[in-house]
Design a protein around this ligand. Structure first.
Ligand SMILES: O=P(O)(O)OC[C@H]1O[C@H](O[C@H]2O[C@H](CO)[C@@H](O)[C@H](O)[C@H]2O)[C@H](O)[C@@H](O)[C@@H]1O
Length: 367
């Protein structure tokens, strides 16, 4: 296993350029390519989006719907049941369709991209307590023996690593703005712990810190409001705020962010997220990692991205546009999605990961 690390400076960011040979015990040796070529292409269009953030009533309304608690029940109206049936027909369960997914991967390397909140851990009120279960950790760890895995999350790297605690994975924190390689010295990355692969938003760190302090101070007036510092981006949590105060909180966030034309707002599950306006998202992070793994233009890979959030749609769309791999949306209720398949909740995600491992083990035994 080899590893060299070079720090290169680019017009927009400082890159750590790595050559990493990744050995998975039961799959072909993978070599991470020098990522400078990757970044040149991907950085080409990284300049900021124009326009200041806009929040209106629609945002708040759609946030109300963004983390539904409603599931189909005997009380649900027929039209809701019909909607669900029609949605499932378009996005069938990845468990029901497991054999088709497995068949599509024959002769290809599956690479798994996993969102964290709502995918590996259940959604809870306190973001600091969104722990994944030991069973889930085991399922991810076992899957990582056979498939490269990247955790792609809005959380900052340190926080998500403190939850996942698996050294052999890739992590794309801060919505892909902080990409790090495996820190496990024995399997994935001998001799170089935690190489930073890509941080396209380094220049925004002081601005994000300033906005964090400002929002922390100003949101004190709204009970239940919470600002989470995700390093290259921020989350303002609405979940524990009385819905009557949501408009006021959204307006307050808008007024602060409006002072920073280089920042934009996006929306997640009862959360508003403040991010640099660079054109970088979970989809770009997926492309970056695939290219870094040597699969940029390869037909020999089957990327599978599992996520529950609006921000995961960028990655689903990339897969759809590439015509390669599958997006799997985690949801109990119908929602607009670019994903091909669905899973209901983190428990089903765990079952899916276990089935992948069982299938791979059986396949290797047959050889
Ligand atoms: O990309 P993800 O891994 O899905 O992270 C997105 C945001 O997830 C977290 O917030 C969400 O989960 C919380 C804990 O269950 C929940 O309280 C909150 O309402 C959800 O929006 C995280 O706290 C955010 O910082 C992430 O951006």
């Amino acid at each position: 296993m080899t590893n060299q690390n070079v720090v290169a400076s680019d017009e927009k960011s400082v890159l750590s350029v790595s050559w990493i040979t990744v050995s998975l015990p039961n799959s072909p040796l993978l070599t991470l390519r020098p990522v400078v070529s990757v970044t040149r292409k991907l950085l080409k269009n990284l300049e900021t989006n124009n326009g200041s953030p806009k929040i209106n009533a629609c945002w708040v309304d759609s946030m109300r719907a963004s983390s539904p608690t409603r599931v189909n029940s005997p009380m649900a109206s027929l039209s809701e049941t019909d909607k669900h049936t029609s949605w499932i027909a378009r996005h069938p369960s990845a468990l029901t369709m497991f054999d088709q997914i497995a068949d599509a991967s024959l002769g290809k390397q599956i690479v798994l991209f996993l969102d964290y909140d709502g995918t590996l851990s259940p959604i809870v009120e306190d973001p600091d307590r969104a722990f994944m279960t030991n069973e889930m950790r085991e399922a991810v760890r076992d899957a990582a023996e056979y498939f490269p895995i990247a955790i792609v999350t809005g959380r900052c790297y340190d926080k998500v690593y403190s939850f996942v605690k698996l050294a052999g994975l890739y992590y794309a924190g801060s919505h892909g703005m902080d990409i790090k390689g495996p820190s496990k010295s024995c399997t994935h990355n001998k001799g170089n712990h935690n190489p930073v692969l890509f941080q396209p938003a380094s220049e925004f760190l002081p601005m994000i810190e300033e906005v964090y302090k400002s929002l922390e101070e100003k949101t004190k007036s709204i009970p239940g409001a919470r600002v989470e510092n995700n390093k290259f981006c921020l989350s303002v949590h609405f979940r524990c705020v009385d819905e009557k105060s949501w408009d006021a909180l959204a307006e307050l966030v808008r007024s602060v962010v409006n002072e920073y034309p280089k920042l934009k707002l996006t929306q997640g599950r009862k959360v508003l997220e403040i991010r640099p306006t660079i054109k970088w998202d979970k989809g770009r992070a997926l492309e970056f990692l695939l290219e870094a793994l040597g699969y940029a233009n390869s037909a020999d890979v089957l990327p599978v991205y599992i996520g529950d959030d609006r921000t995961d749609e960028d990655a689903f769309k990339v897969l759809r546009d590439r015509g390669q791999g599958f997006g799997i949306v985690v949801s109990k209720v119908p929602k607009e999605t670019n994903a091909s398949y669905s899973l209901q909740d983190p428990t089903e995600v765990m079952v899916f990961l276990r089935r992948l491992v069982e299938w791979k083990v059986a396949l290797l035994r047959r050889r």
